[in-house]
Ligand binder design. Structure first.
Ligand SMILES: [Zn+2]
Length: 504
């Protein structure tokens, strides 16, 4: 763009500078100190600061008072409990931590879930055991870059799920940065045998991002990279957990600050070849592990009644407070709520299934649901997926993420009649749940069975998903209450509809 310097432009710029100087002076004396809602989260800043639970915006609709017994604060504690299970596993020395399928953290979550069901009068509580194929577990990793005496350890490095390891001796590689990794970014670049850095634009995060969409990761792999580092360009230095990316070489995500540190080493160096990177990633395929689905029901008054099934997957990376501690909390609270209804008034049996989840190569939860679809969906008139059912809206501002006092938006999919759709959307709106105006987004854990019966999915896959700062603090009690109350209302209204009404 060319700028033509005219006298009036000079005058304009002069006054602009003068006025901004005045504003700057005024601000120096009048700024009030507030807690930092906006930060670049890193190991130094920890995570984001969130507003207190009672200061989130809330939606007051008198006709919803019937659902006040569904308690956001109680559910928040359930989220905290699950986060603690993940931390216990981490503190036991597991670098790859969370509620990881097949591990002690998975079994602890199942036991905890059954205890919760026991306390709420749910019946027929049981565990369906599932034998797992060998599970990918990274035992240890460390990534560092050196130039001469200078050493930078990439503390945000996190292996993409299923990535090949390096063996204990690691790989010492030359480093090459290919920007966004578009086809043209590779023109004239020799990446063979090198550690390739690809920058990825989050849209909105680990689930959907530019490096996956544009094929940059696959391209680096096909062109012979010896290791791939994906910089997910979210503010700060977050640890982010990708699902399997299908590469043949060690592949890890790193945070923006670590990506910038590598850029600095490369650009400060007159000779790129002098920057070396040491990649150590030890992976074991662990055999003989098991997992389970946790089940329980609130039986209807009649033994041959139809059923409503609520699914919540139990597994998570990191604290996984939204994904999926929130969904598990929602499912448990719904069971508590419906267990209070006198048995003589229960029209349909409500079943909860705490599935193992899908954050592994075998996608155990998807497959288990599909393989057992006939028994699970027998007599089922409505299937609800309680997944990522609460989150706070996070805004982005330059190099920072900003927490807000608002519930974040959700995507939604409904399989069923216009009447079911209208009932569901009205309930979401009545409880003040922000949502996409059009249907879309993932169906999550129930994807393999969601079209076999009438089903409702509301979820989000936002900025913090699969990051180490999706912590319990990021989950507003108000959001848990809103979604769970809406589901309760949908179930109540669905109980007044036949399978035919719900289907078409
Ligand atoms: Zn999930």
């Amino acid at each position: 763009m060319r700028i033509h310097w005219t006298p009036s432009l000079f005058t304009y710029i002069f006054f602009l500078l003068l006025s901004s100087a005045t504003i700057a002076q005024v601000n120096q004396t009048s700024l009030t100190e507030y807690p930092l809602g906006c930060v670049a989260p890193s190991s130094q800043t920890a995570g984001l600061d969130f507003t207190a639970d009672d200061s989130y915006l809330r939606f007051v609709e008198p006709s919803n008072d019937a659902y006040l017994a569904i308690d956001g604060n109680r559910m928040k504690q359930l989220v905290v409990d699950q986060a603690e299970i993940a931390h216990r596993y981490r503190n036991a020395g597991n670098q790859f931590w969370g509620r990881i399928i097949g591990t002690e953290s998975d079994h602890d979550t199942a036991l905890w879930m059954m205890e919760q069901l026991n306390q709420t009068g749910v019946e027929n509580i049981r565990e369906d055991s599932i034998v797992l194929p060998p599970q990918w577990i990274p035992d240890r990793w460390i990534i560092s870059a050196t130039k001469g005496q200078e050493l930078v350890e990439l503390t945000s490095a996190w292996p993409a799920y299923g990535s090949p390891g390096t063996g204990p001796e690691g790989l010492q590689l030359e480093l090459v940065d290919v920007g966004l990794g578009l086809v043209t970014d590779f023109f004239g670049r020799d990446v063979a045998g090198k550690a390739v850095v690809v920058h990825s634009i989050p849209t909105s995060g680990t689930i959907i991002n530019s490096a996956a969409r544009s094929g940059a990761i696959r391209r680096a792999d096909e062109l012979g990279a010896a290791a791939i580092l994906v910089v997910l360009e979210l503010p700060g230095n977050l640890q982010t957990a990708f699902y399997d990316v299908g590469t043949n070489v060690p592949t890890l995500s790193i945070g923006s600050a670590d990506g910038a540190a590598l850029q600095k080493l490369l650009t400060d160096s007159p000779d790129n070849n002098s920057v070396k990177i040491d990649v150590q990633l030890e992976v074991t395929m662990v055999e003989g592990l098991t997992t389970s689905s946790v089940r329980g029901e609130v039986p209807a008054s009649s033994a041959d009644a139809e059923r409503i099934v609520i699914v919540a997957h139990r597994d998570a990376y990191f604290e996984g407070a939204s994904d999926n501690a929130s969904g598990v909390a929602t499912a448990l609270e719904l069971m508590r709520y419906f267990a209070q209804v006198p048995k003589s008034q229960r029209i349909r049996t409500i079943e909860i299934i705490g599935t193992p989840g899908h954050h592994n190569l075998a996608r155990t939860g998807h497959n288990w649901l599909f393989e057992n679809r006939e028994s699970i969906l027998d007599q089922t008139v409505l299937l609800i997926n309680a997944e990522h059912s609460a989150h706070a809206l996070i805004d982005r501002w330059g190099n920072e993420l900003c927490s807000t006092n608002s519930i974040g938006p959700f995507s939604w999919t409904i399989n069923g009649s216009e009447k079911l759709t209208a009932t569901t959307l009205e309930a979401f709106d009545d409880f003040g749940i922000p949502r996409w105006t059009e249907t879309g987004g993932p169906a999550g854990e129930i994807r393999t069975i969601s079209t076999l019966v009438p089903s409702v999915v509301i979820m989000h896959a936002g900025v913090l998903l699969h990051t180490n700062i999706e912590t319990a603090e990021a989950i507003p009690a108000v959001s848990l209450a809103a979604t769970t109350r809406a589901f309760a209302k949908i179930i109540d209204q669905a109980n007044g509809m036949s399978l035919e009404d719900l289907s078409r």
